[in-house]
Design a protein around this ligand. Structure first.
Ligand SMILES: [Fe+2]
Length: 346
């Protein structure tokens, strides 16, 4: 078995492959590591056959949908997953075949209703059902402390005690544990009475994960994250540096249009001398009237350099082939001590 373990923050993902046939599965991929997964699979001579999310993640952005498009392979999740982009819906007791490897599916609701554990050879990928020294929380959407009790005590913890445990989260850099170790040392598993366990889970009072709203929105719907929208726009546009723009505006030549896409009040407080105001929200409405020459070179700027990237991408789509985005924004421009003009547009 070929085995790779990757970590993004506390989120763990795993590439598991058959060393005879080179068929592999990628478990719980995270969006920032897409290039690394593809590179690792190539380095190890593996072809990914399935992309699996062990459950609907509320704390990080799943890469399954994006990788599915990129690699043309199916996304597999438990059948009750709300995500509309799941190609292969799995049920308890089923198996995925990867060459000589057999990936066994255990439905283990509790952390979420669609949680699964995946057992292959000498190890079990426990998702957020069982963590090293902890369990998944049950206070997020579709969590259920009673179901978690059953999934743990009547399913996962009855597996072979020697099985290695690979969770979806680990914050202390431990690579794995075993079922036996968890039974012995995991503090939450020492409470073996159902009612007491559920009571303990209900009273953990954990803080909400960062990005919970955005993670649930995108992981449940297949929609894009704001970072993805920005990365896609950035991949479509060229940039101009602050120093380059300063040098070019100083010559006073009417060579380019500096397009400030912030709101009017921000513009009037301080803008690049000579900049034209066209707020991002008005762009499509006013573009024909305000930018009649699509061959002009346009440098879009905003406060932080993000909205201007989106605006530039839109301008390019509309045929402004010389639109570029400022690399940085007005904040960086001011901090560099570059010239700023206040007041209305001339
Ligand atoms: Fe989770």
């Amino acid at each position: 078995m070929i085995f790779e373990h990757l970590s993004a923050g506390g989120c763990q993902s795993y590439l598991v492959g058959c060393d005879e046939t080179c068929a592999a599965v990628l478990i719980d991929p995270e969006i920032s590591l897409i290039d690394r997964y593809v590179a690792l699979a190539a380095r190890d001579g593996l072809r990914i056959h399935y992309l699996i999310d062990t459950h609907t993640h509320a704390d990080h952005f799943s890469a399954t949908q994006k990788l599915s498009r990129q690699l043309d392979v199916p996304v597999a999740m438990h059948r009750v997953s709300p995500a509309p982009f799941v190609d292969l819906r799995l049920g308890d007791g089923e198996m995925l075949v990867l060459g000589k490897l057999r990936l066994q599916i255990l439905h283990t609701p509790g952390h979420t209703r669609d949680s699964m554990c995946l057992r292959v050879e000498d190890r079990v990928f426990t998702g957020d059902t069982l963590l090293i020294g902890a369990t998944g929380r049950t206070d997020l959407p579709s969590g259920d402390p009673d179901a978690l009790y059953d999934s743990l005590f009547n399913r996962v913890l009855r597996l072979d005690p020697a099985l290695k445990v690979h969770p979806a989260h680990e914050y202390k850099n431990r690579s794995h544990s075993t079922i036996a170790q968890e039974l012995a040392d995991n503090p939450r598993l020492q409470i073996r009475d159902r009612t007491a366990f559920a009571e303990m889970m209900r009273n953990l009072n954990l803080s909400m994960p960062t990005h919970v709203t955005e993670a649930l929105r995108t992981n449940m719907s297949g929609g894009k994250t704001v970072a993805q929208m920005l990365a896609e726009a950035a991949a479509n546009v060229p940039f101009m540096s602050l120093t380059e723009l300063k040098a070019r505006t100083e010559t006073g030549a009417n060579e380019l249009i500096v397009l400030d896409v912030r709101e009017r009040d921000a513009y009037e407080e301080g803008h690049i001398p000579g900049a034209k105001l066209l707020p991002r929200g008005q762009l499509e409405l006013r573009v024909n009237q305000d930018l009649p020459d699509p061959t002009r070179r346009i440098v879009a700027c905003c406060e932080f350099g993000r909205i201007s990237t989106l605006a530039t991408s839109t301008l390019r789509e509309m045929g402004y082939q010389r639109a570029v985005a400022l690399d940085g924004g007005m904040k960086a421009w001011r901090e560099a001590g570059y010239p700023v003009k206040s007041g209305r547009e001339p």
